[in-house]
Design a binder for this molecule. Structure first.
Ligand SMILES: *Cc1c(COP(=O)(O)O)cnc(C)c1O
Length: 349
């Protein structure tokens, strides 16, 4: 891989067999539980390895694929000693907060919740906790954390807590946490990397060899191995991530403009690029009514697919602290005017 190539180019080329060798253009599906004396749960398979090589090339580290995004969370927690303290954003993925709350209830960990944009509180935490779990932009409120400031503070701290960035919303093309100084970057590849709402997969990228080995061992121990078909599909999805994101971002910017000037919309949250938009209506009822009236946009959970979806997150018990009227929009690849007409009709009535 040529160092001067942009991430978008790498996403197309990384993890391919060598064409000069007369190899197939794509890695084959290799469904195998063993390779000779080696067991796949421990050493992986060529299909997993191709996906891992591609993500690693994009984020500048060693990638390990897991069965899901949540399996990456569990694997990272498995690296910590009992009694460790973790700082996590108040607004962050429901499943991550759920896993941390569960571990705290069991007496395994102590959890400190911090407002994502309270950079001073994160910097203080850098001197007091064992792991900073960073997520930016956050799910579902799209808050942007000051990664630069927080990671620099960690680098200068004596305590040097482990730093993990959930990079799912930004994607490997939008943000490279390891280059900013994070120890680990994790993804739910279920979302934008896969991109077609047809798989569950996770991936952890480590910048240091000792951490990469620890993560690999955690996978072996927890057994949360990726599927063969899922790894293959996710690599296929990664090939078009650049063009999907560019188009979805363009449409998102267009919709953000329109939403911002609509009288029913009290607030629009958008980090400036990317396919995720959150906007707020007066209250939960107004948001539910709008969802019910949408025809083109699916009222569905999950995100990052080619189809535009909307969800009122506060209806979930784990997200009841999210503003009641907040709708999270995952912008897909439909015609932007069609999408706006659908939204306008649902909001206007
Ligand atoms: C979906 C999601 C996860 C969990 O991933 P799964 O693949 O569903 O297990 C983690 N973090 C974020 C930000 C997510 O959106």
């Amino acid at each position: 891989m040529n160092d001067s190539w942009s991430p978008r180019t790498r996403a197309i080329l990384a993890g391919r067999p060598d064409a000069a060798d007369g190899q197939p253009a794509n890695v084959p599906l290799v469904p195998a539980s063993a390779l000779g004396l080696d067991y796949s749960r421990e050493v992986g398979t060529p299909t997993w390895a191709a996906f891992e090589e591609a993500v690693g090339a994009l984020e500048g580290g060693t990638a390990t694929a897991f069965a899901s995004g949540m399996a990456t969370v569990t694997a990272v927690l498995d690296l910590l000693p009992a009694g460790a303290t973790i700082a996590v954003p108040v607004y962050s993925y429901t499943g991550t907060r759920g896993a941390l709350d569960h571990a705290q209830k069991q007496g395994k960990l102590t959890v400190r919740r911090i407002e994502p944009t309270d950079t001073a509180a994160w910097i203080t935490a850098a001197g007091e906790v064992d792991l900073l779990w960073l997520e930016t932009p956050t799910n579902p409120t799209l808050d942007v954390m000051d990664l630069d400031a927080i990671l620099s503070a960690v680098a200068q701290s004596e305590r040097r807590p482990l730093t993990v960035v959930d990079n799912t919303f930004a994607t490997p093309l939008g943000q490279q946490p390891l280059a900013l100084g994070a120890d680990l970057s994790v993804h739910s590849a279920t979302k934008f990397i896969g991109g077609h709402s047809d798989l569950l997969l996770g991936v952890v990228v480590a910048g240091r060899d000792d951490l990469a080995t620890a993560v690999r061992e955690a996978r072996t121990r927890t057994g949360a191995t990726p599927g063969t078909l899922e790894s293959w599909l996710a690599l296929r999805g990664l090939r078009t991530l650049g063009v999907r994101l560019a188009e979805a971002s363009r449409t998102a910017e267009f919709l953000v403009d329109r939403l911002a000037s609509h009288p029913a919309v009290t607030r629009v949250r958008y980090p400036g690029s990317g396919a995720m938009v959150a906007f707020e209506l007066a209250d939960g009822d107004a948001a539910e009514r709008a969802c019910a009236k949408l025809e083109l946009i699916h009222n569905a959970t999950s995100l990052g697919g080619v189809e535009t979806t909307v969800e009122r997150r506060a209806h979930l018990p784990g997200d009841s602290h999210v503003p009641a009227g907040l709708l999270r929009l995952s912008v897909g690849l439909e015609d932007s005017e069609d999408l706006w007409r659908d939204l306008e009709r649902a909001l206007g009535a």
